[in-house]
Ligand binder design. Structure first.
Ligand code: SF4
Length: 254
C-alpha cells in the first residue's frame, strides 16, 4: 500500500468520540496510490480495478485469504484508514476517464469497505462520491448492512456510470452490490466471521431493498471440510441456505 507514513492520528472531536465509543484508536495512512489496475478483468467479480479504503479488516474471517500475510493473524488490529484515498482517487480516476479507460471498480478486494468505523469516518462514502463524479461503474462486495447508508449514491452511480465497451450490452448496470454468505447458522458465523454482522441481517437487508434500482448478488462461500473438519454438520445449513435462495430468487430480480 504505497510508501506512506504510519502513525496514530485523531481527526476531530466527532472521531475522538466515536473512537472512544469503540474503545480504541484508528491508525491512518497517507497513500500515494489507491487505484489498482488489474492486468485482466476478473471473471467472477467483473472488476477491472479495485480500491481498498482500509488496510486490515475487523471482521476477521477465519477463511480470509489475507489472513496471516502482511495483515497479520488478527486483522482487526491492523485496521488502518487510507485517509487521503478520496483525494488520490480523484486524481487517478480523472486521468483514466480522460483516456476513456472506464472499467468496473471493486470495493474491496482485500478489506471490508464498511467496517463499523466507516459509520462515523465516511471514507468509503467519500470514495463513492469520487467514483460518481468520474462516472465509473462499481461492484461493492461486503458483509455489512452499512452499505444501505449509501444507496442514494449507488443509485446515482448506476444511472451515470460508463461501462467498458465490451460489457455495455451484457451488463447494463453501473452498480452491483454483493453480499457474501458462508452460513446462516448464527453460532457458526460467530466463529468463522467473528466481527461481521449476522448473515441473516444481510439477507433481510437485501430482501427489503431489492427492486429499488440496485442489482444485488449473493456469493455462497463453501467452507472446506479438510480445513474446517468441525464444520461437517454445516452441510445441512448450506442446503437450507440454498433452498432459501431458490425460494427467493425473485429478490434478486432474476
Ligand atoms: S470481510 Fe472479507 S476482507 Fe474482511 S476478513 Fe472477511 S473475507 Fe477478509
Amino acid at each position: 500500500m504505497g510508501k506512506a507514513k504510519n502513525f496514530r492520528f485523531v481527526l476531530g472531536l466527532s472521531h475522538v468520540l466515536s473512537f472512544l465509543r469503540l474503545g480504541g484508536w484508528l491508525k491512518v495512512y497517507w497513500v500515494k496510490s489507491v487505484l489498482n489496475k488489474h492486468k485482466k478483468r476478473d471473471e467472477w467479480f467483473l472488476d477491472d480495478y479495485s480500491v481498498n479504503p482500509y488496510f486490515g479488516c475487523p471482521f476477521n474471517c477465519v477463511y480470509c485469504y489475507i489472513r496471516g500475510s502482511k495483515y497479520g493473524a488478527d486483522m482487526a488490529k491492523t485496521l488502518t484508514a487510507k485517509i487521503n484515498a478520496p483525494t488520490i482517487l480523484e486524481k487517478q480516476l480523472r486521468l483514466k476517464a480522460k483516456k476513456g479507460e472506464y472499467g468496473i471498480i471493486l470495493l474491496s478486494s482485500s478489506t471490508e469497505a464498511y467496517p463499523p468505523i466507516e459509520e462515523s469516518l465516511g471514507l468509503t462514502r467519500k470514495i463513492l462520491k469520487t467514483i460518481l463524479k468520474n462516472r465509473f461503474p462499481t461492484h461493492i462486495l461486503t458483509k455489512s448492512t452499512l452499505v444501505l447508508r449509501d444507496l442514494d449514491l449507488l443509485r446515482k452511480i448506476d444511472e451515470k456510470a460508463v461501462l467498458p465497451w465490451d460489457l455495455k450490452q451484457k451488463l447494463r448496470r453501473g452498480v452491483i452490490i454483493s453480499f457474501s454468505i458462508s452460513t446462516l447458522n448464527k453460532k457458526l458465523a460467530e466463529v468463522v466471521e467473528p466481527g461481521a454482522p449476522p448473515p441473516k441481517e444481510r439477507l433481510e437487508a437485501m430482501k427489503k431493498n431489492v427492486g429499488r434500482r440496485v442489482f444485488w448478488l449473493v456469493w455462497f462461500l463453501f467452507l472446506s471440510y479438510p480445513t474446517y473438519p468441525t464444520l461437517r454438520r454445516s452441510w445441512i445449513g448450506w442446503l437450507k441456505l440454498l433452498r432459501l435462495m431458490v425460494q427467493n430468487l425473485f429478490w434478486l430480480g432474476l
